[in-house]
Design a protein around this ligand. Structure first.
Ligand SMILES: [Zn+2]
Length: 216
């Protein structure tokens, strides 16, 4: 399938080109010139997902934001569409739905925070960006063509969880994210190899900028 419209920036940050619009998800550590955002989807308010420095680089006063309630509260003065987990919406003609994003047995991302992942419908191709989450029951029911998942562990699900999820859901491609800064150069390489071995339709997207390998 053609995934050229999806650019991996860094960590959990992506830029999608949808019908001539620049749509960002969790932009972080922007270096160089990237196009100004028409829409920014934010999964939650942790610094590596809602990052003011990155937002200052890619947004204008016309940029529209999509964010869960808790995060929307921190985006004062911007045009924000507030969303809840498990619902369907549309913004500028782009349909999308939200999936709860949370930890099952850790405290970093409590379910009660109402944080989300997004399934964005790009002219019939569904792209799922799960945010920071463990492998949840809700995730198993997501229908997506491009199924992204965090594989870094610690704050989120890890590689083994991702491999398990990939065996129970159907997607055209599985895209790992949120791991290079957590696993380091060697660890990241190993994780990519392992994933390619065990999930045949793994797609490690080329980052459009050199990756950082530390989370500072
Ligand atoms: Zn987080």
């Amino acid at each position: 399938m053609n995934t050229d419209f999806i650019k991996w920036i860094e960590h959990a940050g992506f830029l999608l080109e949808i019908n001539g619009k620049n749509v960002y998800i969790d932009p972080f550590r922007i270096r160089g010139e990237l196009p100004k955002a028409d829409i920014v989807f934010i999964t939650h308010s942790h610094f590596d997902h809602m990052n003011e420095e990155a937002l200052a680089k890619v947004t204008t006063d016309k940029t529209r934001f999509v964010a869960p309630k808790e995060t929307a509260g921190k985006l004062q003065g911007r045009k924000v569409m507030e969303v809840e987990p498990g619902k369907s919406y549309e913004i500028e003609g782009i349909p999308f739905s939200t999936v709860p994003a949370y930890n099952v047995s850790k405290e970093f991302h409590p379910k009660a925070n109402g944080w989300v992942g997004y399934v964005i419908d790009v002219n019939g191709t569904k792209v799922y960006h799960p945010g920071d989450t463990d492998a949840t029951e809700e995730m198993k029911n997501v229908k997506a063509d491009v199924f992204m998942f965090p594989v870094g562990g610690h704050y989120t699900m890890d590689l083994n969880d991702a491999i398990k999820i990939a065996s129970v859901v159907h997607a055209q491609v599985f895209v790992p994210m949120h791991y290079r800064a957590l696993l380091g150069v060697e660890g990241a390489k190993k994780a990519e190899e392992e994933l390619r071995k065990k999930v045949k339709n793994t797609l490690v997207l080329e980052q459009i900028q050199e990756p950082y390998y530390t989370l500072q």
